[in-house]
Write a protein that binds this ligand. Structure first.
Ligand code: NAP
Length: 273
């Protein structure tokens, strides 16, 4: 009997950081300094602070230089755009990450599109989104790219497989669908208006859940033998851990009953970080 396999995203991310480290040292030898990533955090959002801390840690672990800019949540759009301008023209800065979300007085689109496309390591700039959509070399958002690397590692060729992406955000869902299309999958994008989501998902060989609703994808949504990638990071109350406590969970909650052999279960560790 075939049993379910869990894709170990965390282990994969460790090997990926090591591979990036090798490339970073080759690049450092070529340009005479370590590659440098500037991270900009505006405000005190606790989740953003964790993301930024992880990004800085991974950057330095891979042998790159991390440059941090922490700005008050009262920062004006003009001041942030001025900083982006300075980083754009700084030859010692190779990549720029502005942590989202930004405070309400700042227009995210204006900030993203102010980053020079070649330094837009998040791949959110309209030029990079357009390059990806038209099959050109692009800087690609890290979360869907991480999912793709996991899928390639786990499945080998993805060509011809039915892929369903649940979620259509610019950050995860849309670029994920574009990447899978580039791999010659037959791609369906599902969202909150999709009719009979369960039936759509149940046709998938590859199911990527990128919907911000905790534990909504259950075993009934998944065909036996399908590969499931759970992008979700949701903070939900966990009274069993004590009053006011929370736990992190994904969007998929898959128990593999014996009549569904070969089913893959959720994987979220390490994605996009
Ligand atoms: P988002 O912008 O909120 O998009 C959520 C998507 O889910 C939307 O397209 C929405 O459809 C769809 N949706 C909502 N309810 C649905 C339903 N009942 N049935 C079907 N589709 C539904 O979220 P996001 O930025 O893409 O992030 C998605 C999740 O990934 C979040 O949990 C986030 O925390 C996580 N995430 C993880 C990483 C990582 O590194 N692992 C990185 C980024 C995000 P509509 O468009 O119709 O509203």
């Amino acid at each position: 009997m075939t049993t379910a396999k869990i894709i170990d995203g965390k282990a994969f991310s460790e090997t990926l950081v090591a591979r990036v480290g090798v490339q970073a040292s080759l690049l450092a030898a070529k340009i005479g300094r370590p590659p440098a990533l500037a991270v900009v955090l505006v405000g005190e959002d606790p989740a953003s602070a964790v993301y930024v801390r992880n990004k800085i840690e991974r950057t330095t672990t891979a042998g790159m230089r991390s440059i941090e800019h922490r700005l008050a949540d009262t920062t004006s759009q003009a001041d942030l755009l001025e900083l982006i301008d300075t980083l754009n023209s700084d030859e010692g800065v190779d990549g720029i990450l502005v942590q989202l979300p930004l405070p309400p007085q700042i227009n995210e689109e204006a900030v993203i599109n102010a980053i020079t496309p070649d330094k837009d390591v998040d791949g959110f700039h309209v030029v990079n989104a357009g390059r990806l959509a038209t099959g050109q070399d692009a800087l690609v958002p890290c979360t869907p790219f991480g999912c793709l690397l996991l899928l390639r590692d786990f499945l080998g060729s993805l060509s011809g497989l039915n892929a369903v992406v649940v979620g259509r955000s610019n950050i995860v869902g849309k670029p994920m669908a574009q990447l899978l299309l580039k791999e010659s999958c037959t791609v369906t994008i599902a969202h909150s208006r999709t009719r009979d989501l369960q039936a759509v998902c149940a046709a998938a060989d590859i199911l990527v859940a990128a919907v911000g609703r905790p534990e909504m994808i259950t075993g009934d949504f998944v065909k036996p033998g399908a590969t499931v990638i759970d992008v979700g990071i949701n903070r939900v109350p966990a009274p069993e851990r004590g009053e006011g406590k929370f736990r992190l969970t994904g969007m998929c909650i898959l128990k593999v009953p014996p009549q569904r052999p070969g089913q893959s279960r959720r994987c979220r560790a390490g994605l996009g970080q």
